[in-house]
Write a protein that binds this ligand. Structure first.
Ligand code: GLN
Length: 274
């Protein structure tokens, strides 16, 4: 039988140190302190088997979040499955900007496009309790994950299965936000960092030889019909898509488009108002 210390040392030869520690904690239920203070603690056979399986899959590139079924975003734990993108810290910029634009609106109506695990809609619902959140996703599997997260975290959100605005009829919102797929089809980034395990539909617009902007183009073109004058549209995008997104916003009649960097200083969210 292995001890905590032995299991950890073995795993570290195959995967990242932090990943090894977190997987061992998930598999055994022990804490970081247990690992440091009582490394001689035996690991039960079923826990060891689970740990060894995860280490093998992690070594083959599968993201840790899919192995353990959850990931953190803005200090909250969201359940994830391979039906949804794993939350990225850079999406926090979208939340911060949305909260800023909501200042002064008493009971804002907010639409989140392509919710995935629900992180954007749920974070906004919890951090702006007066807001009415509606969110759409084209994937019924993703909506199931998002609904479950909203229930667990106590967020009031309306979920609609829809291809962007298709199922929203004439409904209008004070703010529209989204983290749509924007990585160009064929971009080598899609083959790295666990992305092959994530839903293709959530990452790329699927247009071969394109610029990755097909979804952003579609959203910008459709948004005006769902915003009042003064309503904001905020979209996450790739590091080199700020200027193109601002141009699309201008062409669709939006005012004063801006681009905001993420915490790494990379262009990440563009927005404008009608
Ligand atoms: N930022 C993610 C990545 O580069 C992609 C997210 C998205 O396409 N919306 O891995």
């Amino acid at each position: 039988m292995s001890t905590l210390g032995e299991a950890l040392a073995q795993a570290r030869q195959q995967i990242d140190r932090l990943d090894a520690r977190l997987l061992l904690q998930y598999a055994t239920g022990c804490t970081h302190t247990d690992l440091l203070v009582r490394p001689e603690t035996p690991v039960s056979a079923p826990a060891y088997q689970q740990f060894a399986e995860w280490v093998g899959r992690r070594a083959a590139g599968e993201p840790l979040a899919y192995l353990v079924g959850e990931a953190e975003f803005r200090s909250r734990i969201f359940q994830v499955s391979p039906a949804v993108l794993i939350p990225r810290p850079e999406t926090e910029v979208l939340i911060e900007l949305a909260l800023e634009k909501l200042q002064g609106i008493e009971t804002p109506r907010i639409l989140d496009l392509g919710t995935g695990s629900g992180i954007v809609a749920i974070s906004l619902a919890l951090e702006c309790p007066a807001a009415w959140l509606t969110t759409v996703d084209i994937s019924a599997d993703a909506l199931r994950v998002a609904k479950n997260n909203a229930g667990r975290l106590g967020a009031r959100v309306e979920f609609i299965e829809s291809d962007w605005f298709a199922a929203l009829a004439e409904r209008r919102f004070d703010l529209i936000v989204g983290n749509p797929p924007y990585v160009a089809e064929g971009n080598p980034h899609l083959a790295l960092n666990g992305l092959p395990f994530e839903p293709r539909l959530a990452l790329t617009d699927g247009a071969p030889g394109g610029d990755g902007l097909a979804c952003i183009r579609q959203i910008v073109a459709g948004a005006a019909a769902h915003l009042p004058p003064g309503g904001w549209l905020l979209l996450e995008h790739g590091y080199d898509q700020g200027a193109a997104t601002r141009n699309l916003l201008c062409a669709a009649g939006f005012k004063e488009p801006f681009t905001h960097p993420d915490l790494a200083g990379i262009d990440r969210v563009s927005g404008a108002y009608l």
